[in-house]
Design a protein around this ligand. Structure first.
Ligand code: ADP
Ligand code: ZN
Length: 432
């Protein structure tokens, strides 16, 4: 049931004690980096003063801007001879950041990923196909080392090359995949084109999906399309990458590993801590990192911490599905909208295909939202009135969720742009 029973079911009090002792060590370690050396001095912080977890709240935040300011080596605490790898964020929102690892860091990370995979049911004997980018992106090597640690046969197939992915699945009898959800939707269509059905023609049983915001409706679609159990996987390169938070078989929230990270939720505007259960920005403090510990790192990702214990028996708390980054939100006619809301509506409708895109435009000082939706090909063959009915239905469903009326355009499959990595869902042309 558990990869590391002692740690996963450790009583809360003991876990808190462990956190405090690791936090003290982390602060001491962090002080060795030029960046934190300066920050600690300016704020008169001495690690010895930290006695409880509450004391952490008096320390300043670390932001992506701080990482950029001290790029590349400013947050590194060890001599270069001890660093063995660098990873980088995908650069989804601006210049990428660099994160460095010692061998011990990489081992700790692999342990975490193995713990997550085991929790979702992956075992020795499974054939695991890792269908995301290898290289600076953390999803490739992060899962590779985690899966090897667990003992699964691992196929490092990388991203793209859909037909080959499908062939590999057949050749080696893949049972578990790691895949970006938007790509999973696309790949299903390639199966169809090849005259195959992932349900009957593969041995797949588990899909680990993450790296981008997606709704529960998308997860359910992937489960139905592939005949698998799909588990939400959350991570960010600044906190290693994958392995930060992961769903257990209860599939109600993602456990975050409190022996490796302290997680806080703050109001992104006031920066004040929010009570458990309220949604806000996730803030992370590493507890085991050697080369590049980070203190109160503001992730910009929005979620809530569930206070209730999980039925699976793990003590480590859970976060809700990530709503997106605070800067994913856009404002249209005074209404705040998250792309995830659109995902939820569209992916619930069976007529909707596997891709969509949101375009924001400004015309005569008026903002417009155009939602382009790929729909099943049969709608373009028959009665055009059927297509128009569907268009109206989608418009209504979107309106009742986001409270503004978008202009909906229905298009044929494979006509919208697609990315091999994280999907780009919103194109904002209003400032151009
Ligand atoms: P970048 O920040 O440039 O995209 P990363 O590769 O480090 O680079 O991506 C981490 C980010 O991806 C997270 O901060 C989060 O916004 C998003 N992300 C990762 N996993 C998930 C997930 N399961 N659900 C929603 N968003 C996710
Ligand atoms: Zn659980």
């Amino acid at each position: 049931m558990f990869w590391e029973r002692d740690i996963e079911t450790m009583p809360r009090k003991e876990l808190n004690r462990l956190q405090v002792s690791r936090l003290k060590k982390t602060l001491k370690q962090a002080g060795h980096s030029p960046a934190y050396g300066k920050i600690f001095k300016a704020h008169r912080i001495t690690p010895e003063k930290i006695k409880t977890l509450d004391d952490l709240k008096r320390l300043p935040f670390t932001t992506k801007e701080d990482l950029r300011k001290h790029f590349p080596y400013g947050f590194v605490t060890v001599p270069k001879e001890k660093i063995v790898r660098v990873h980088s964020s995908s650069g989804t929102t601006g210049r990428a950041t660099a994160v460095f690892h010692t061998l011990k860091d990489l081992e700790g990370w692999a342990d975490l990923v193995a713990r997550c995979m085991f929790m979702s049911g992956v075992r020795r004997g499974d054939v695991f196909q890792n269908m995301v980018g290898y290289g600076l992106f953390t999803g490739g090597l992060g899962f590779q080392y985690g899966a090897e640690r667990l003992g699964a046969l691992t196929i490092p197939s990388g991203s793209g090359n859909s037909k080959r992915q499908i062939t590999l699945m057949g050749d080696f009898g893949t049972t578990v995949i790691h895949i970006i959800p938007s790509y999973a939707l696309h790949l299903w269509k390639v199966f169809e084109e090849m005259g195959l059905d992932p349900k009957g023609d593969t041995q797949l049983r588990i899909a680990l999906i993450g790296a981008e915001p997606h709704s529960d409706a998308t997860r359910q679609r992937i489960e139905e399309m592939y005949g698998v159990e799909a588990f939400n996987s959350y991570g960010l390169s600044e906190m290693n990458g994958p392995g930060v938070a992961f769903e257990c078989p209860e599939k109600s929230g993602m456990h975050f590993w409190e022996d490796h990270f302290i997680v806080e939720v703050i109001d992104p505007k006031t920066l004040k801590p929010l009570p458990e259960g309220e949604e806000g920005e996730l803030v992370f403090t590493t507890l085991r990192r050697e080369a590049m510990p980070l203190i109160r790192y503001r992730s910009k990702d929005l979620a809530a911490i569930f206070p209730e214990p999980c039925r699976c028996g793990r003590i480590h708390r859970r976060i809700s599905r990530i709503k997106g980054r605070s800067d994913d939100m856009f404002i249209l006619k005074g209404v705040n909208i998250f792309p995830l809301q659109i995902d939820t509506v569209l992916m619930t409708l069976a007529e909707v295909g596997t891709n969509y895109q949101v375009v924001l435009e400004r015309e005569n000082f008026e903002d417009k939202m155009i939602v382009q939706v790929e729909v099943r090909p049969e709608f373009f063959k028959g009665d055009l009135r059927q297509l128009e009915r569907l268009r109206r239905q989608i418009t209504e469903s979107l309106k009742s969720e986001i409270l503004v009326t978008p202009k909906v355009e229905l298009v044929e499959p494979d006509t919208l742009p697609r990315s091999e990595g994280k999907a780009v869902r919103v194109i904002d042309r209003r400032e151009m």
